[in-house]
Write a protein that binds this ligand. Structure first.
Ligand code: ADP
Ligand code: MG
Length: 682
């Protein structure tokens, strides 16, 4: 399916010369498994070596390249460093220092009396000059003055990666141009292959870097636009709400302005033939559930059924309870279906769904299984959207006759990233909290004052409150995360006994649900958790949250965690525990957390703080899966890529023209599967 021209790029990394199993391992750690991964593993900077013929005190601290002759070895006992005394052409001395204690290897590297090109940072060591772990070139090879620096893992050097990148670039084909010619000219961007070659040769080449980033963003937006166009062209069905059910609603409060506006937007979408594809963004507590309920009522008023999908069992049951309460007294049948429902009860639900006596079905993925047949599904609401990828969203669309889709998320993401992640959707924002909500009081406490924090927790429990204690992921491995949570739970049990519950990512779902339910039901009063505490779970009586290692986390995540409290009427508190040594960024983040309860503002600030000079490695590219575009580049390029992608699809929806064909290659190159899948089917 992939155009043949791209095949060399998608070959295994071991097809590169010199890459055997030993080198494949460190490459794998950097997620470099195919040639294309190496090609897109961009250098983050470079070192400039100053060519010298003579060692000089004045160069201390600088990276120099110089010819030296090894004169003497000084090995130390045990695992101490090996030092090689060497001299320049003028008889000045420097010691080349190797740690790691294998003097034999060093002696082979630097035979006595044989001149070598050496480079590295010149340091002062006592009265002497030294270079630690210098780079050596082959005897007759000249150092390039400027050399690219790559993100590394153990067992790799930048020089090695540069050599592999050069091979990858050599294998990369010339690709037809997919960028709109006017834009390319205006931005002075090079051709694709040229850009790739240039960035590896000169990491400071801004035009080349920008072009490659644009390609990635463009492919992303193109895939989104294809999903959107595909949805648009499906025959859905217009749902006209009569208001007969909503008029019967007896709410103890009126809608906020933002809720009313959003409901109107949804009503407008539902009244169209083309299926709705709308994202509802709203901070925790902004009242998304009520908006969902109104939307579902519109569908039922129009004679259709609605379904609401929750990511977990417990959330599904909670939504079911909430909807039943809100819709009490209305002639609307609400049912729940999860993997836990079995046997006769499940059969009865399925029958009622098929004959239309259930109007609204709430549940987990179980509600979209093969065996579940709706009479007339008109609207699907997906709660906590971020757990569902584009692919799953498309799957939902296949159930029934292209029902309308409303996705909801509490993850506050900045506008630019919203476009990158949900570019195919229309977006509504609940940017207003229901009145009377007290902001969560946030304090930052040093980790050495843990005793005081535990005492404060004790007082909180004595007054009948409940609390979360979060031990978020610190190390890469989930194991240590779990271990930290287990150890904390154990320590707290010493003092508070069986009131302490524990939930972590390694637990089986039923066990996790049982722990959550014990806490929600008040049978446990403190819940120690890793970051898995379910988004959206409502325990109004939990008004205290303690977050360990708060300084190591992004604002968005801290805000998300903090949102577990502040769900009842009372004052809620959040204690952020921080380590002793704080980076500038960590300090700024914690200050913002104390200052603001506004998820959207925090998300924007988070992006700004993260973006400042920080390159995204392949691992952190996170959210929208970008590896070439940094957050700042995204901010710069997204709108443009978005407009360009829409224009292209407007003109050539099947991507069959010359530029369209070229753009297909971009989709494959960046593995935007959703878009690719649509091209295949259509
Ligand atoms: P979320 O957006 O996090 O899903 P919920 O829908 O759970 O938020 O709503 C949070 C709380 O706010 C609920 O207790 C709900 O009843 C209440 N609420 C929702 N809308 C309003 C409103 N317009 N006025 C007052 N309270 C509201
Ligand atoms: Mg919710």
């Amino acid at each position: 399916m992939r155009p043949d021209i791209l095949n060399p790029l998608f070959a295994e990394v071991t097809s590169l010369k010199g890459v055997g199993p030993a080198l494949a391992r460190p490459l794998d750690r950097l997620d470099l498994r195919r040639v294309v991964d190496v090609a897109f593993h961009l250098p983050t900077g470079f070192i400039d070596r100053i060519p010298r013929t003579e060692l000089m005190q004045a160069d201390v601290g600088k990276v120099i390249a110089i010819t030296l002759t090894p004169r003497d070895y000084r090995t130390s006992a045990g695992r101490g460093p090996t030092r090689v005394q060497a001299s320049d052409a003028h008889g000045n001395h420097v010691s080349l220092t190797y740690f790691g204690g294998n003097s034999g290897w060093v002696k082979k590297l630097l035979p006595l009396g044989e001149p070598r090109r050496v480079s590295g940072r010149l340091d002062q060591y006592g009265p002497d000059l030294q270079i630690v772990h210098p780079d050596l070139s082959e005897p007759d090879e000249e150092f390039r003055g400027r050399e690219a620096i790559y993100p590394l893992s153990e067992g790799l050097t930048s020089r090695r990666l540069a050599a592999l990148a050069a091979q990858a670039v050599a294998r990369a084909p010339d690709l037809p141009e997919w960028i709109e010619p006017g834009l390319k000219a205006k931005r002075e961007w090079p051709d694709w292959h040229d850009a790739l070659a240039r960035i590896h040769a000169d990491p400071a080449d801004a035009k080349a870097r920008e072009r490659l980033a644009y390609d990635e963003v463009f492919a992303n937006q193109l895939a989104m636009t294809l999903v959107r166009a595909d949805t648009r062209k499906r025959k859905g069905r217009a749902l006209h709400g009569t208001g007969r059910l909503r008029d019967l609603l007896n709410l103890p409060y009126s809608l906020t302005g933002a809720q009313a506006r959003t409901v109107a937007e949804i009503e407008g979408d539902l009244a169209q033939d083309a299926p709705m594809l709308r994202l509802l963004q709203g901070d925790v507590g902004s009242g998304k559930t009520l908006v969902a309920a109104m939307a579902l009522l519109v569908a039922v008023e129009a004679g259709a059924q609605g379904a609401m999908l929750a990511p977990t069992e417990i959330l599904a049951r909670q939504h079911h309870d909430t909807l039943r309460r809100q819709l009490a007294g209305l002639p609307v049948e609400v049912a729940v279906l999860t993997g836990r429902d079995k046997g006769r009860a499940r059969e009865a639900t399925l029958m009622a769904l098929a004959d239309g006596s259930i109007d609204i079905l709430v549940g987990t993925h179980a509600i979209f299984q093969e065996a579940v047949g709706y009479k007339d599904l008109g609207l699907v609401v997906v709660d906590e959207q971020h757990r569902f990828g584009v692919a799953q969203r498309m799957l939902l669309q296949e159930k029934g006759r292209s029902p309308h889709l409303l996705a909801m998320t509490a993850t506050p993401i900045p506008r630019t990233l919203t476009l990158a992640q949900y570019g195919e959707m229309d977006v509504s924002r609940l940017d207003e909290m229901p009145p009377g909500r007290q902001p969560i009081e946030t304090r930052v406490v040093s980790e050495d004052r843990l005793d005081e924090v535990v005492n404060a927790l004790g007082r909180h429990l004595e007054t009948g409150g409940q609390a979360y204690w979060v031990c978020p992921l610190v190390e890469e491995s989930e194991k240590s995360d779990m271990a930290a949570a287990e150890a904390r739970a154990e320590a707290l049990r010493q003092r508070f006994g069986e009131q302490v519950g524990l939930v972590h990512g390694r637990m089986k779902p039923p066990e996790k649900d049982a722990q959550m339910e014990a806490f929600a039901g008040g049978r446990t009063r403190v819940l120690v958790a890793t970051t898995v505490i379910e988004v959206g779970v409502d325990v109004p009586n939990a008004t205290l949250i303690v977050i360990e290692h708060a300084d190591r986390f992004g604002l968005a995540q801290l805000h998300q965690l903090r949102g577990r409290v502040g769900r009842g009427g009372g004052q809620s508190r959040c204690l952020l525990l921080r380590g002793a040594a704080l980076s500038e960024t960590a300090r700024a983040r914690l200050a913002l957390m104390r200052e603001s309860n506004d998820g959207f503002r925090l998300a924007e600030e988070d992006l700004r703080l993260r973006g400042a000079g920080e390159m995204l490695g392949t691992r952190q590219s996170g959210e929208a899966g970008f590896r070439l575009a940094t957050p700042e580049m995204l901010a710069d390029l997204l709108q443009c890529a978005h407009d360009d992608a829409r224009l292209l699809i407007d003109r050539d929806g099947g991507l069959s023209g010359t530029r369209g064909q070229a753009a297909r290659a971009a989709l494959y190159l960046f593995e935007r599967d959703a878009g690719v899948a649509l091209l295949r089917s259509g």
